[in-house]
Design a binder for this molecule. Structure first.
Ligand SMILES: Cc1cc2nc3c(=O)[nH]c(=O)nc-3n(C[C@H](O)[C@H](O)[C@H](O)COP(=O)(O)OP(=O)(O)OC[C@H]3O[C@@H](n4cnc5c(N)ncnc54)[C@H](O)[C@@H]3O)c2cc1C
Length: 404
């Protein structure tokens, strides 16, 4: 009998297991994958992600995988490239882009080092129940072996957007919008490191950043409806988008593609109620967003912390478990909903909000203010330190005077 069984051992599951085990709980962490292994997902960690890795004592290990610390960001929404530079905080750079095989391996090892029991290559096929309460998992080693049942006070689904646990319990969907985009991506060598770059052109977005082994990751997204056309000629369609940005195209054509193209579609946007009797959800299983703003990993880290805190309160008897988990849902929703909606707006290729477009124009040529804009947008300094009426008035004043 375990205190918690966590299904899925990547960005959401491994930290949840680690944080619970660090608090002395008996945890079983299972995944049908074995580690290290890749998944066709992105891997740029920014916003509050590096800070959490630092707090958990893992950021140095991520940096040691050879992915450069990213301190420069350029975004271009079809208006002009706006670049922020030297973007660091006390506890890390703006971002890091380790490959998933490297990142997830470090997270899994940290969970095991904290005392969680790991069962890799183990597929969960069903659940044990006790009345209407989930009481554990049924599954088997994928490499062979008899079916196994394991019991726990709480079963946590960190099993991604198609969560088997969420389906089994019928987790209510509290917010939903259909998939907006589809993605293809690959890796190039021989390109100079220009930090994180985001280019939006009508209904296309390019997302590029340096990763391990001296490689450069390039992601392109199209509206979901265009998937059949893109799939018919992936390399051609991909380069046609890159060619819309001549400065980037020149660099990409001067380098060499080292891997095949990977694709991702079926990327719905939703929030699910993340708890019920004997179960909880974390990461994509509870909240899935289009990858546009690259929020999935840092949000999975945050929600792992929130869930581990709630489960610790409940398991240790400091609070009724259901009350602690209700707080988990409230805190997750408060933290995620503004960005979830902003992300959806952008992923639907709607125009930039007017105020943001005006602010970008006013920032042009003012490097210090641009840096502070990115630091505040990314949460490396308090939002209010930049987005306060007085500061915004000061920045916008010359543009407003010119418009008169
Ligand atoms: C194209 C694309 C680009 C992205 N880019 C970024 C980015 O740059 N930055 C960012 O922050 N986010 C990005 N994301 C989102 C990010 O990848 C996810 O939010 C993140 O992986 C969620 O982590 P997770 O642990 O919740 O789920 P997952 O990473 O999906 O892990 C789920 C795990 O559960 C296991 N599992 C599932 N079912 C079972 C079962 N029945 N039995 C046992 N194991 C099971 C799986 O094997 C898997 O290992 C991107 C996503 C995509 C698709």
């Amino acid at each position: 009998m375990y205190d918690a069984i966590v299904i899925g051992a990547r960005c959401a599951g491994a930290p949840t297991a680690m944080l619970l085990a660090r608090r002395g709980h008996k945890v079983l962490l299972v995944d049908r994958a074995t580690f290290p292994s890749e998944i066709p997902h992105g891997h740029f960690i920014h916003r509050h992600g590096p800070r959490r890795l630092h707090r958990w004592g893992l950021l140095d290990r991520i940096a040691a995988t050879g992915c450069p610390a990213v301190t420069t960001v350029t975004s271009d929404y079809g208006d002009f490239p706006l670049a922020g530079r030297d973007l660091t905080a006390e506890d890390g750079a703006l971002g890091y882009g380790p490959r998933r095989a490297a990142l997830d391996q470090i997270l899994v090892e940290a969970a095991v080092a904290a005392g969680a029991e790991l069962r890799e290559g183990f597929a969960v096929e069903g659940f044990a129940s006790d009345g209407d309460r989930i009481a554990g998992i049924r599954g088997r080693d994928r490499r062979g072996g008899a079916p196994v049942t394991e019991y726990a006070t709480v079963t946590v689904g960190a099993d991604g957007r198609n969560s088997r646990l969420a389906r089994a319990v019928g987790a209510p969907v509290t917010e939903a919008a259909p998939a907006a985009t589809c993605y293809y991506f690959s890796y190039w060598s021989g390109l100079p490191d220009a930090g994180l770059e985001v280019y939006v052109r009508q209904d296309r977005v390019i997302f590029a950043f340096p990763t391990g082994d001296g490689l450069f990751a390039l992601f392109v997204a199209w509206p979901s409806a265009e998937l059949p056309a893109v799939r018919a000629d992936i390399a051609g369609q991909f380069m046609a988008v890159i060619d819309q940005i001549p400065v980037l195209a020149e660099r990409v054509r001067g380098g060499r593609r080292e891997e095949r193209f990977y694709g991702a579609s079926d990327l719905p946007n939703f929030l699910r109620r993340p708890y019920g009797p004997g179960w909880a959800l974390v990461g994509d299983a509870g909240c899935h967003k289009d990858p546009f703003l690259a929020l999935g990993i840092c949000d999975a880290f945050r929600d792992a912390e929130l869930l581990a805190e709630a489960l610790d309160e409940g398991l240790s008897g400091r609070r009724p478990l259901a009350a602690a988990l209700a707080d988990y849902e409230r805190q997750r929703d408060e933290a995620t909903l503004p960005e979830y909606r902003q992300n959806l707006h952008l992923a639907q290729f709607q125009p930039l909000p007017t105020e943001l477009a005006q602010l970008r124009r006013a920032l042009r040529g003012d490097q210090d203010a641009t840096n502070r804009f990115y630091l505040a947008s990314e949460g490396l300094i308090p939002r209010e330190a930049f987005f306060n009426p007085e500061n915004l008035r000061r920045i916008m004043a010359p543009a407003l005077a010119g418009a008169r």
